[in-house]
Design a binder for this molecule. Structure first.
Ligand code: G6P
Length: 362
C-alpha cells in the first residue's frame, strides 16, 4: 500500500499520473521542428507496404483501438477493430499487406495473444502495442511499440488508455508518412496539441466537476453515455469504467443509435452523459434534446459550454485542444466520475469483484 502515496487508491493515483505518463509516452517522439513523428522502434519506411490495419484487443484496450481506428482513417489508412475474443469466429481475411496490431496493456491477455497468433499463423505481419517490455505479446509479435505509461496496479485501466491512444495516434502519423500520404494540413497545430496534452490533462485534473456530478446522480437507475466518432469510443470506455468499479448498470450508445431502441430505456432516472468530440456535434445536440424531452438529465462534456446550455442540465467543461484529442480529455473526466461514484458507494475500487488486471484464460 505504500505505493499509493497520498492517494486512497491506486486508481486515483494512476488517473493523476496521466500527465507524467503521457510525457513519457511522447518523449522524443514528436518532432515539432520538422512537423513529424519519430518512433525509434521503426526504421524509415517500415510501414511502406501496409495497406490495412486490423486491431485486436479486449476491454479498455479495445476502446483505445476504436478511438485509433478513426485517427487511422483520417490519415487514409483502412483500419478495423476486432474484439480479440471474437477474432477467431469473425475470421477476417488477411490481405498480403494487412498489419495486425495487438493493443494490450499487459501483453498477456489470452484472447489477444490467441488473435495475434492466429494472424501470424496465416502469414500476417504483427505488431504489439503494449506497456510491458518483455511481455508475451512484445516477444511474439514481429514488432513492438511501447506505450511507456509506467506500471498500472489498479484493475481498472486508466493512464494506459490515454497512453495507448497517444501511441496509436503517433503510429498513424508514422504510417501515413511511410505510405506516402500528404502531410496533414494542420500538422503543426496537431503535433503541438499532442505535445501539450499532458498540460491540458493537468488542467482537467484540477477541476472538481466530476465529483460533484457523481454525487448529484448517485441515486440513478442507470448511467448512459453517448457520443460520435472518438466521442463514441470514449462513451464506451466511460460506461465500462463505471460498471467495473461501481457495480451499477451503465451503457454506451452511438448517439445516433439512441432512437433505434435504447430511447425506450430513457427516463428521469437515467442520466445521459454526452461526449462532445467535435464530430458532428450539432447532430449530437439533437440526440441530447431527444433524451432531455423524455425527462433524462443530460450532462455534456464539452469545451464549448455556451453552445450546449439549451440542451443540458449540467456541463463538465474541458480546456480546448485539437479536435482529434478532445475526447481524451473527456475520458479523464469520466474516469474521475466513475472513481467518485464508486467511492461514494464504498466499492473495492482497486480490486473490483470478479475482475482481474490481466485475464490469462480464453
Ligand atoms: C482485463 C482488465 C481490463 C483490461 C483488459 C485487457 O479484463 O480488467 O481492465 O482492459 O483485461 O487487458 P490488456 O492488458 O490486454 O490491455
Amino acid at each position: 500500500d505504500a505505493g499509493k502515496g497520498r492517494y486512497n487508491h491506486y486508481m486515483l493515483k494512476e488517473i493523476n499520473e496521466q500527465p507524467e505518463a503521457l510525457r513519457q509516452t511522447l518523449n522524443g517522439r514528436v518532432d515539432l521542428e520538422n512537423e513529424r513523428v519519430e518512433l525509434e522502434e521503426f526504421p524509415e519506411g517500415a510501414f511502406e507496404g501496409v495497406d490495412e490495419v486490423h486491431f485486436v484487443a479486449c476491454g479498455t484496450s479495445y476502446h483505445a483501438a476504436v478511438y485509433a481506428r478513426q485517427l487511422f482513417h483520417d490519415r487514409g489508412i483502412p483500419a478495423q477493430a476486432f474484439f480479440a475474443s471474437e477474432y477467431a469466429t469473425i475470421n477476417p481475411p488477411l490481405g498480403e499487406n494487412t498489419l495486425t496490431v495487438a493493443v494490450t496493456q499487459s501483453g498477456e491477455t489470452a484472447d489477444t495473444l490467441s488473435a495475434l497468433r492466429r494472424a501470424a499463423g496465416k502469414g500476417g505481419r504483427t505488431l504489439a502495442v503494449t506497456n510491458v517490455v518483455g511481455s508475451t505479446a512484445a516477444r511474439e509479435a514481429d514488432d513492438a511499440l511501447f506505450i511507456r505509461a509506467g506500471p498500472e496496479i489498479g484493475v481498472a485501466a486508466t493512464k494506459t488508455f490515454s497512453s495507448q491512444v497517444v501511441s496509436l495516434a503517433m503510429l498513424a502519423e508514422r504510417m501515413a508518412e511511410d505510405r506516402g500520404a500528404e502531410p496533414r494540413a494542420d500538422a503543426a497545430r496537431y503535433l503541438q496539441a499532442l505535445s501539450d496534452l499532458p498540460d491540458a490533462i493537468e488542467q482537467v485534473l484540477g477541476d472538481t466537476s466530476a465529483e460533484r456530478v457523481a454525487s448529484a446522480y448517485a441515486d440513478s437507475l442507470s448511467h448512459f453515455f453517448i457520443g460520435r466518432g472518438t466521442g463514441h469510443a470514449v462513451a464506451l470506455e466511460g460506461a465500462l469504467k463505471f460498471k467495473e468499479i461501481t457495480y451499477e448498470h451503465a451503457e454506451a450508445f452511438a448517439a445516433g443509435e439512441l432512437k433505434h431502441g435504447p430511447l425506450a430505456l430513457v427516463t428521469s432516472e437515467t442520466p445521459v452523459f454526452a461526449v462532445l468530440s467535435g464530430d458532428y456535434d450539432e447532430k449530437t445536440y439533437g440526440n441530447m434534446e431527444e433524451v432531455k424531452s423524455r425527462g433524462a438529465p443530460v450532462i455534456a462534456l464539452t469545451d464549448a459550454p455556451e453552445s450546449v446550455s439549451r440542451v443540458t442540465d449540467d456541463v463538465i467543461t474541458m480546456p480546448e485542444t485539437h479536435e482529434d484529442l478532445k475526447s481524451l480529455l473527456a475520458n479523464v473526466q469520466l474516469q474521475l466520475l466513475s472513481y467518485h461514484a464508486a467511492s461514494l458507494r464504498g466499492r473495492a475500487i482497486d480490486k473490483p469483484r470478479n475482475l482481474a488486471k490481466s485475464v490469462t484464460v480464453e
